[in-house]
Design a protein around this ligand. Structure first.
Ligand SMILES: [Zn+2]
Length: 399
């Protein structure tokens, strides 16, 4: 049985601003509008926060804060995840490099989840404040056509009537995998299918009620993975815009073929991981990604990253994250990940950017030997791991 996802839209208009460096982006969940879904299912909370690490481990940008006061005011405008009502919250403060996401459960009438960015209205204040609300400092978001994305946050609703699998290990037959649906809906909050930057890479089509945006998707990084041809999208129903890849569109996870995370549906009882094509599309709509091997997501692939990977090397429990050194999202840390790191070793920059040398020269072979030699026996791994990084740093400085 196939179950569908759906997405919520948000809109905003234009203004100008300043350029950006890189920091990790935090996804800050707000459960205050939940009416029992998460309190009845604590494992859902764990799975949601696990899904968020797919993005928070790797997304690099520099989001400005949104701080009301001194005559600067605003109201949110988003879909209440439990009731479906438009929700206004006055003068939220959003910290720098953080996105707030309201979550809850509802009867979605057939969809497993529904997510998207939040809007706002009745904003007043100086130009910096208004610009931060619109773009969060993402220069390209103000361009025409927009090439970046920066919102205060958004909302996700999960269907509360279906049989869910909250287990992180694997979905059971007949159950819908919450981890997959959460990962999918989070991509919509981050602008996949729901942002001006996404629509800028679609084809506008005049309809009686205005403009409809349809596929294919022409982002260059996604196209590169699709034999340099535009990427097919779903045929939207009615006057909706296309918000997903074409049904059953394939990409790869760790070199193995898999249906894309962001096609319109998922087969009950199965799990999908994020594929190369899903990532390339997020990259195309403006997100900067840590490059392969940058486990610490600090913009350089260096000894710290080798040390992280060494701690999980050959752990094949399917539960590894980017920050453990799982650079191909297959859940394991193994030779494939080490190869990705080795290819980018001692370089700086984000995914897709021209690699620059990361300062002092480093010998991958001897550094790997040092990194793996410092990994303790498995029985003491968890405790000793806390001490490992400072010890290795000292060694490096002495060089
Ligand atoms: Zn969707």
């Amino acid at each position: 049985m196939k179950r569908i996802f759906s997405a919520i839209l948000a809109c905003a208009a234009g203004l100008a601003l300043a350029p950006a460096a890189h920091a990790r982006i935090t996804l800050d969940f707000d459960y205050s509008l939940d009416t029992g879904f998460f309190t009845s299912n604590p494992a859902a909370k764990t799975a949601l926060e696990r899904a968020a690490t797919v993005y928070s481990d790797r997304l690099l940008d520099q989001f400005t804060d949104i701080t009301p006061g001194n005559g600067n005011t605003w109201n949110t405008n988003f879909t209440n995840p439990s009731t479906g009502a438009n929700t206004q919250i006055f003068n939220l403060t959003i910290p720098a490099n953080s996105i707030k996401i309201y979550v809850g459960g509802a009867n979605l009438g057939g969809a497993l989840g529904q997510g998207g960015p939040g809007g706002f209205f009745s904003n007043q204040g100086d130009s910096t404040f208004v610009s931060n609300l619109l773009y969060r400092g993402q220069t390209g978001a103000a361009d025409n056509p927009p090439s970046d994305f920066g919102k205060w946050g958004g909302t996700i609703s999960f269907d509360k009537t279906v049989a869910w699998n909250f287990d992180l290990t694997a979905p059971a037959a007949g159950k819908n995998d919450f981890l997959t649906v959460a990962t999918h809906e989070l991509a919509h909050v981050l602008g996949f299918g729901t942002s001006d930057a996404w629509r800028a890479k679609l084809t506008p089509k005049a309809i009686t009620s205005g403009t409809q945006y349809i596929g294919p998707f022409t982002g260059p990084k996604a196209m590169k993975l699709n034999n340099n041809t535009p990427v097919p999208l779903e045929t939207p129903s009615g006057t909706n815009n296309a918000q997903h890849f074409q049904n059953s569109l394939q990409s790869t996870v760790g070199g193995v073929a898999q249906e894309t995370l962001m096609d319109p549906d998922i087969t009950t009882g199965t799990r999908k991981k994020i594929t190369l094509l899903d990532w390339a599309t997020l990259d195309d709509i403006g997100w900067d990604l840590a490059r392969g091997g940058d486990a610490t997501a600090d913009g350089s692939v260096d000894f710290d990253d080798l040390a992280k990977l060494a701690q999980s090397y050959n752990v094949t429990d399917g539960q590894r994250r980017w920050s453990d050194g799982d650079f191909n999202y297959d859940g394991n840390v193994d030779f494939l990940d080490l190869s990705i790191l080795a290819q980018n070793y001692n370089t700086t920059g984000v995914q897709g950017a021209t690699a620059a040398p990361a300062g002092a020269s480093a010998d991958f072979t001897s550094d790997w030997a040092a990194a793996i030699a410092n990994v303790p026996e498995p029985t003491t791994l968890a405790l000793a791991g806390l001490l490992l990084i400072p010890a290795l740093k000292r060694r490096r400085r002495a060089k």
